[in-house]
Design a protein around this ligand. Sequence first.
Ligand code: GDP
Length: 436
Amino acid sequence: LPIVAIVGRPNVGKSMLVNRLAGEQDAIVYDEPGVTRDRTYRSAFWQDRDFSVVDTGGLVFDDDTEFLPLIREQVMLALSEACAAIFVVDGQAGLTGGDQTIAEWLREQSVPVILAVNKCESEQQGLMQASEFWELGLGEPFPMSAIHGSGTGELLDELITHIPTVDTLPETDEIKVAIVGRPNVGKSSLLNALVGETRAIVSPISGTTRDAIDTLVERNGKTFRLIDTAGIRKKKNVEFGPEFFGINRAFKAIRRADVVLFVIDVLDGVTEQDQKLAGRIAEEGRACVVVVNKWDAVEKDSYTIYDHQKILKDRLYFVDWAEMIFTSAINGQRVPKVFDLVETAAEQHQRRVSTAVINEVIEDAIKWHSPPTSRQGRQGKIYYGTQVRSQPPTIVLFVNDSQRFNENYRRYMESQFRQQLDFSGTPIRILWRSKK
Ligand code: GDP
C-alpha cells in the first residue's frame, strides 16, 4: 500500500489523527518523543484509495538532547518510503519556531506535504487560526479537529490527489514457489509428486508471458502458485548440450518467487552450476528450501543423512540458512513435508520484528562481544536498530561509524539475530548506517 507519513512536533495530536484516519477508536493514544519507538503502520482508506499511515514520533528541533537526531532519522526513514506527508501543527498553540524548522526541512524533500492545523474545534476561529500557517510556505493550511473529526474530509480529499490508485488486484496470500535446479535432478517428477499431494488442483493459469504457465494448488487452506510449470515439464533441448539448463528461465522464476525450491540430485552432489543458482537465490533475497532428491537411490545407514547434510551445507554456503530436506520424488518420500517447509520459509520471509525486540538482541549481543575499537582507540557504538522492510527481513543498524565494524563483527551480529530470532529459510539483510 502507498504510505502516508504523519510528522510534527510532540503533542500536536499526531496519534489522534492517525486513529481518526485509521478509524479505530480504541487504540492507545500516545504522543511523546522516544528513541526506539516503532513506526506503526495502520491501514486507512478514503473514497477509492487505500493507504497506510505511519506515525513518526515527535520531531523536536530546538532541543538538542542526544536523541533528537535519532528521532529525525526515524522520520527520514518514514519519508523515504512515503508518497505524501501530513504535517500536523497545533492551531491553539499557534506557529512556533519548531514548526518553522520542520517546514524548512520538509520543503527540501520531494514528498508532497499537506498542512493540517489541528485542535481547531470551532469552525470560524479555525479559519483564523489556520491562516497564520500560510507563512510556512507549504500551501493551504487545513483547519481540522482530530477529536471531533471536523475538517478531516477536506484534508483527505486533498491528500488522495497524491496517492496512486492501486489498479492491480489486492495482494492475495498465495505463496509463489519456483522449482529450480539442473536438468535431470527431478524437477518435473517433484512437481508431479507435489501436485499429487494436494487436494484441489486449480487448473494451470497463464502467467505474464505466453509460455510461462503457473499451476495453482491448495494445501492446508493455503494456496501455492508453482511458477512456470510449463518450463519444467517441457523436455530439454538436446541441441544445446549439457551446459544449457535454461538458466535465464530459472533466474526469471527466482525473481517472481517468494520461496525457491532448489532441487539437487544427491547422486551428483553440489555442482558449480548449483552454486551459481544458490548465489542468485541469496542475491535476489528469496526464501529457499533445498530439496535433495533421489534419496531412494542412496544406500544408507542411520548416519548417512547427517554426513550428506554436512557436506552439502558446506558447499551451499550462499544459502546455508535454508532448510534441507531429503526426498524421493518417485516414491513420494517426504514430499508432503516440502509444503510445510515452504510455508515456514514464506512466513519468516514476510516477518516483521518490533524495534523493541531488535534492540534487546543488540543489547545482549554487545554484552557478549563488544564492538571493535579502532587504532585510535575509538570504539564502535550501536545506537539502535530497526527493521525497515520484509521479504527479506532488512534491519538497519544506526552506529557511530560503520567503518569500525569489521566483517567479523558483522557476521557475529547476523548470527546473533539468527540465533535469537530464528528466520529459518530466509536470508536477512543488515545495513550499517553511520550517524554523525
Ligand atoms: P528434471 O529435468 O529436473 O525435470 O528431472 P526429471 O523429473 O525429468 O527426472 C530426471 C530423471 O530422474 C528421470 O529419469 C526420473 O525418473 C529420475 N528421478 C526423478 N526423481 C527421482 C527420485 O526421487 N529417485 C530416483 N531414483 N530417480 C528420480
